[in-house]
Design a protein around this ligand. Sequence first.
Ligand code: TYM
Length: 335
Amino acid sequence: TPRVFSGIQPSGGLTLGNYLGAIKRFVDMQDQGDFQTVYCMVDLHAITAKLLDPATLRHNTRELAAGFIASGISPEKSILINQSQVPEHAQLAWIFNCVARMGWMGRMTQWKDKSGKNAEAASLGLFAYPALMAADILIYHATHVPVGEDQKQHLELTRDIAAKFNHDYGVDFFPITEPVIEGAATRVMSLRDGSKKMSKSDPSDASRINMTDDADTIAKKIRKAKTDPDALPSEVDGLKDRPDARNLVNIYAALNEQTVEQALADVGGQQFGTFKPALAELAVAKLAPISTEMARLMNDPAEIDRLLAKGALQAREITEPVLKKTYEIVGMVGF
Ligand code: TYM
């Protein structure tokens, strides 16, 4: 069976963008049954932008695991892991550090955005980030990677690394992976500014919906979301040049498991005074049970740790042989 891999950083809380762009899609691919699915908390990635307080990192990692499970990722159906507990990710990443070129890394828009004006002060880990991401995927020989739009460039780099490794060693070992960027909400935007991505690092809490927000907070943030004065169009074309309206319709469609066309067939013609309460009601109905379940799971962190330990054992049955074979190809003695 073909394998799916994807990961999320436990660098802060989960947002609606993570949920609609990633986790909800992870659940779909898990339940579809066509794939073996591996989902990961990428804690090694979470310290690349800045070192986190250790207690915060531990909390975030467990909370992310709770978020996965509360959203429908089943530790029975999927392999659920924490990156550092499967050491072959970091070991393969070293090989990829030697395959990838500085120039490739320097062209990554996330590197440019996150290192900002002072690249000299950025960590070496932030620069090498995409090589570790390629290792996450390729250590499983995963062929399909569900992500939001913002990860597309990193996945192209993953293909380049696999192709260069195969070419340089004259092997056909690592697969060329396919990004899976699908659904109505592959790029959820800020509720305050439809031209900016919804992000856990935005200083304004009103710009995002957190998966830990309670029902009242979710409803309030949607009521206050930025909009324009016009009624909703009935055709997708009518959302052109209306980024705030488009974003809310995308969110509505994704929560309702509809295409944007289908959603507009229902809500086209409505004023925001009608549409926003309907969206708030939908969002609360879909998200509040998840935050409640997350809080329940967080009451028993030992159980979460137990599940992650089990996931790591399952994962290493796949990753150990792939690392051994890689070392053998590269010419390390003893493999
Ligand atoms: P991260 O932690 O920033 O985000 C996790 C997932 O959520 C998606 N996402 C969004 N989708 C739609 N709208 C948004 N506003 C939004 N914000 C975030 C991201 O596209 C991503 O799918 N580099 C990755 C983590 C990673 C990974 C991997 C992913 C490490 N190794 C291997 C796939 C495969 C990241 O920083 O995602």
